[in-house]
Design a protein around this ligand. Structure first.
Ligand SMILES: CC(C)(COP(=O)(O)OP(=O)(O)OC[C@H]1O[C@@H](n2cnc3c(N)ncnc32)[C@H](O)[C@@H]1OP(=O)(O)O)[C@@H](O)C(=O)NCCC(=O)NCCS
Length: 312
């Protein structure tokens, strides 16, 4: 079966096929390898948010693989070019087309474009899925920081623990602060993505809230995005100067999600933050690793990665 791989604008009509492919491939992979297919639910409907958000954010930057004869969708991955890098979102191949090099071909298209742009590519990959881990490392990605995926159900009345130190200096970001937040992230992490922050603040696709923290002198010391969309309850992306501001931001993010079950990723190296999250009731559900074709030297602070839009 021949197949064509290309950057493709996704029309509204494609969203259904993409959502079905994402759901089917995840359920199949996690059920056949780990008996955990049920994690992804029974319906593909919540997965519509992936093509909807990616197409609104970066139109035409998805890569699709299609059967050359029938045009059927066999694979999809999402790329998004930013000032300093190209980020890659979820990579997925239809189960019946697995092992034929489709994911590799889609990733190669993204890497070719990144090379043309002279930018590194970045992504976050599961440490439970060695097929995708090795797909990326074979293509030249280098694993970096490791993250714990933590699951927590926030009580309907909010967390019962008192607000942590510094939480009084956390507020919702203003609509005109995208550049400020991007500058802050760049100063710590060496990557810049103002477009993402502008997208979250405009809040026209998906459902986002952006929290910002300031230190006692009034300088920004953290930013954390919350998705409270019914299809995608997640905290991140975010970056904080230290564990204190990360903890204050996380507490506020959880408070915005009262009564909901949420996943968030925190660096394994942030031992104090992890311990605090356990104390709030969080449970480990997976591990992820940041991978990049050119890691940023001496990145500082703590990051909260996310899966949509994948932040790297
Ligand atoms: C992961 C996934 C995308 C792989 O898709 P695929 O089309 O079957 O992958 P490919 O056929 O392109 O093969 C990928 C490469 O990884 C290699 N590979 C796979 N498992 C490997 C392992 N355990 N060790 C070393 N290499 C491995 C393959 O040999 C191949 O490399 P090669 O082309 O150099 O031989 C697919 O299994 C999937 O959709 N899974 C569910 C969705 C998911 O979990 N996505 C990842 C989250 S971002």
């Amino acid at each position: 079966m021949a197949c064509t791989v290309a950057f493709t604008p996704l029309s509204a009509a494609d969203h259904e096929a993409v959502a079905r492919l994402l759901h089917r491939s995840l359920v199949d992979w996690y059920e056949s390898r780990l008996r955990q297919g049920a994690r992804f639910g029974e319906s593909h409907e919540p997965f519509r948010i992936f093509p909807e958000v990616y197409e609104a954010l970066d139109p035409g930057e998805a890569v699709t693989a299609r059967d050359a004869d029938t045009g059927d969708l066999l694979g999809v991955c999402f790329s998004h070019e930013r000032e300093t890098h190209v980020a890659v979102g979820i990579v997925s191949t239809a189960p019946e087309a697995a092992g034929r090099g489709i994911a590799r071909a889609m990733m190669q298209a993204v890497l070719d474009r990144a090379r043309e742009l002279g930018k590194p590519a970045r992504l976050v990959s599961s440490l439970l899925n060695l097929d995708s881990f090795s797909l990326y490392t074979r293509l030249g990605f280098v694993p970096g920081a490791i993250f714990q995926d933590l699951l927590l159900t926030v009580p309907a009345e909010g967390l019962t623990v008192p607000a942590p130190e510094g939480s009084e200096r956390v507020r919702l970001a203003r609509a005109d602060e995208a550049a400020l937040l991007a500058d802050f992230e760049q100063s710590l992490q060496g990557i810049r993505r103002e477009k993402d922050y502008a997208f979250f603040l405009a809040n026209t696709a998906g459902s986002w809230r952006v929290l910002v923290s300031r230190d006692v002198a009034g300088a920004i010391d953290g930013v954390l995005v919350v998705s409270d969309h019914p299809s995608f309850t997640m905290i991140g992306p975010g970056v904080a100067a230290n564990e204190r501001s990360a903890t204050a931001l996380l507490w506020h993010a959880l408070d915005l999600l009262r009564g909901r079950t949420v996943v968030f990723l925190v660096p394994c190296a942030a031992a104090g933050l992890v311990r605090t999250a356990y104390g709030w009731g969080a449970r480990n559900v997976e591990l992820h690793v940041a991978q990049s074709t050119a890691p940023v030297a001496a990145a500082r602070g703590l990051v909260f990665p996310t899966f949509l839009p994948e932040s790297g």
